[in-house]
Structures are given as C-alpha cells and as structure tokens.
Design a protein around this ligand. Structure first.
Ligand SMILES: [Zn+2]
Length: 325
C-alpha cells in the first residue's frame, strides 16, 4: 500500500493496539512538520476503521464493500474537511455540517470518520462549532485533526484531542525510502537536508525542481548574515515568490539546524553553509529569534502585515549575525 510509510510503524502499531482494545480516543490530533505523511496516515487509519476485514497489521483489505466505496471516493462515512478553493480557512458551515443534524444515522457501517486538514485553518467560529462535538462525542465517530501548526489551534480544541506527534524519521530510514522512490544517494541527501529531514517534502523538492529555489532562498538568508542584503527589499522579493507561512517555516528550519549544529558536531547531516555560522551566532540570541519567529507564526493570520512581519525576523537575524564574514 502506497500510504504505508516505514517511519509510521511505531505510531501505527500503537493506534492499532488501542483500536483492537476498543480504546481509540474519539478525537486525535496529528501534529508535526509538513512532509511526514500525516494526511496519508489519517487516511490509512480511516480506511482501517471502516474496512470490514482488516489484515493482520490492521490495514484495510482493499476488497470488501467498504474498501471499494473508499477506493471510488464515494464512501458516505468518510469525509475530508479542507478549506474551500480560493480560501485558506475552513468555514463554519463545513464544521456545522458534521456537527449538526443526523448525528445518529451512520451511513454504511458503525463508524464515521471525519478528517479536518489542516485543522489550524479553522477560524474561531468553526473551532467553536467543533468544540461542541468534542465535548459531547457522537458515538461511532472518529475525528482526525491534521496540523503542521497545532499551536494555532485554540487550547480548548487541543486539550480535547489526544495529541500524536509525528517525529522526523531517522535519516537512514528516510534516505532508504527516497532511494526506493528513484532518487540517487546524493540527490536524496541534499533534498533531505533542505527539507529538514521530512521525506515527502524532500521527494517533492527533488521532483518539482523547487530544490534550486530553496537553495537560492538560503543563499539570500546567508548573505544577510554577511551584511550583503537590504532587508526590506529582500522581504519583498521573497514574498513575491512565496506566502509568509512557508517562508517562516523555512527560516525556522534553518535556525533549528543552526541550533543543532551548535550542540552537536554532526556536520554530516546539516547544510554546510549553515555549519559555517555555528560559532559566530550567540546561543541566547538564537533562542530569542526562534521565540520571536514562533510568536509571528502564531499571529500570522490574514490581518498581519506579511512584509513587516518578515522584515522583523530578517532584521533580527541580520543583527545577531552582525560581523560574520
Ligand atoms: Zn476492506
């Protein structure tokens, strides 16, 4: 099965254990960086729950009536709730449609599964509507919330879901998987470094040619450290290429790599250009910048001025790296 990713094995077995004992919580929050296959995992779990004859590992059989409906994308008891086209938010109507009405009538079997992805795209009103379901669970209903930015979810939502953190896989496992998917050893290593260790993202970077684009962004970021760029102009250029959130994720990843480099001597795993800054950046200042970045990410809703937000981060970066040659 394509969705079976080797680094999910532990989590999968844990959840299957709960499922067979009938102790699976009614709401799960899958959290972790993009590119780890959280959504594929949610789908795999939904299929497992809805299938009539799961195999020994708990995976859907692929042949029963439920599985055929799932394959056709027309199973009445599985619903994916995502932002509508041309929008970045999940509307309250979408949540109300699952909360309200025929709460007791289950379509095909005894279970219903709702996948909300990305969960942090719910606005305040949508989140409030969902809260009702979380407080009074509907029997037989499994809610799967998927988010790469769970800190943006209201605490009331987070506290009512069982949190499952998706860890970044061990490098060897990720590389092996990338090579099996057609990347050369060198390509796999480079892409994985730029993807912060997230295999699906590495595969995407390699296949779409976005690796070069990302390398160029890192080059800009490093030239800022050497005092060679103008912050407002750079922020403007970047925002023409990408939205604020993915840019902040990228910068956050570089800062974390730099932080790791300061603690370990494992030069192999990191991008060499970042390694070179290891001794020139103060640890405390690096933490302050990371805090600031998280704060901006938490606030980064539609009413935040993206240009100013990005400038403030880049400016602080250029300050803490001042004098680096
Ligand atoms: Zn089946």
């Amino acid at each position: 099965m394509k969705d079976k990713l080797p680094w999910h094995d532990d989590l999968w077995q844990r959840l299957q254990g709960s499922l067979t004992q009938g102790r699976l919580p009614h709401a799960l929050l899958f959290a972790g960086p993009s590119g780890l296959g959280k959504q594929a995992f949610a789908r795999r779990l939904a299929y497992s729950v809805l299938c009539e004859h799961p195999d020994a590992s708990g995976d859907a059989c692929g042949a029963c009536r439920q599985c055929l409906l799932l394959k056709a994308g027309s199973h009445p008891d599985l619903r994916l709730i995502t932002p509508e086209e041309d929008s970045s938010t999940i509307r309250i109507d979408a949540i109300r449609s699952l909360v309200g009405g025929n709460t007791l009538s289950v379509g095909e079997g005894t279970h219903r599964v709702f996948v909300i992805e990305p969960a942090h795209a719910m606005g305040q009103a949508a989140a409030n509507a969902l809260l009702k379901t979380l407080e009074e669970p509907i029997p037989g209903t499994l809610l799967l919330l998927v988010s790469s930015a769970p800190q943006k979810l209201p605490i009331t939502i987070r506290s009512r879901c069982q949190l499952l953190r998706f860890p970044t896989p061990v490098e060897a496992v990720a590389l092996q998987w990338l090579e099996r998917n057609g990347l050369s050893v060198q390509e796999a290593k480079l892409a994985l470094r730029h993807a912060g260790g997230a295999p699906l993202q590495a595969a995407e970077l390699a296949s779409t040619g976005r690796l070069e684009e990302q390398q160029a962004l890192m080059h800009d970021f490093l030239s800022l450290a050497k005092g060679r760029s103008n912050v407002p102009a750079l922020a403007e250029t970047w925002l023409k290429q990408q939205e604020l959130e993915p840019l902040l994720v990228l910068v956050g990843r570089w800062l974390l790599q730099l932080l790791r480099a300061k603690f370990t001597q494992a030069e192999e795993k990191e991008v060499p250009a970042l390694q070179s800054l290891r001794d020139s950046v103060d640890l405390k200042e690096l933490y302050v910048l990371l805090d600031r970045l998280h704060e901006v990410r938490r606030m980064s809703t539609n009413n935040l001025n993206a240009q100013l937000a990005l400038e403030s981060i880049l400016l602080q970066w250029s300050h803490i790296t001042k004098g680096v040659n």
